[in-house]
Design a protein around this ligand. Structure first.
Ligand SMILES: [Zn+2]
Length: 179
């Protein structure tokens, strides 16, 4: 009886180790930075495949890494916890949600975030008033939901600050330069 218990514990320990090694090997469960995991950057609620094309994978991952390193982690450091609603978008995901075809999300250069501990507007203001580099910073409004779109471009960061509001008549977001 006692031997059975020992055997059970050994099998269980082996199983836990096996699952741990699988998760560790999978890059999706690896950290990009102190507070972000790779899988958060590929999040989608469309249920569609959101993997980059094999020939674009290296390019997309490099862009995401630069975005997190230079922009997203520094933002996390000043705002506290943030939820990533959308990072990279495959063509299928981007089409489904009506994103622009040239969206920086397609290249892994943009994320949509929602601060958890402060309001979205306060988060937007704090990023705007910081010296964190970004290409575009957009305060987005759609059907009573707000989020912050922020992008990073390795070569030319424009520091473009805008608001975007859903226009029911036009059936699309309307962008306005704020600075
Ligand atoms: Zn966005």
């Amino acid at each position: 009886m006692k031997q059975d218990n020992i055997l059970f514990v050994i099998i269980l320990a082996g199983l836990v180790l096996f699952i741990y090694l699988i998760l560790k090997k999978n890059k999706m469960f690896k950290r990009v930075s102190k507070n972000f995991y790779w899988h958060e950057l590929f999040r989608t609620n469309t249920g569609l495949n959101n993997d980059p094309l094999p020939e674009k994978e290296k390019y997309v991952n490099e862009n995401l890494y630069q975005l997190v390193l230079h922009t997203l982690q520094p933002i996390r450091d000043i705002l506290g916890r943030v939820k990533i609603n959308s990072g990279f978008r495959s063509e299928a995901v981007n089409n489904k949600i009506g994103g622009a075809s040239n969206s920086q999300h397609r290249k892994g250069q943009a994320v949509d975030i929602v601060p958890i501990d402060i309001s979205v507007f306060k988060g937007f203001e704090n990023i705007k008033n910081s010296n964190i580099p970004f290409d575009q910073l957009i305060y987005e409004n759609h059907n009573g939901k707000q989020w912050v779109h922020v992008s990073y471009n390795k070569v030319n960061n424009r520091r473009n600050i805008m608001s975007a509001n859903w226009n029911e008549d036009l059936g699309r977001m309307e962008y306005k330069n704020l600075v």
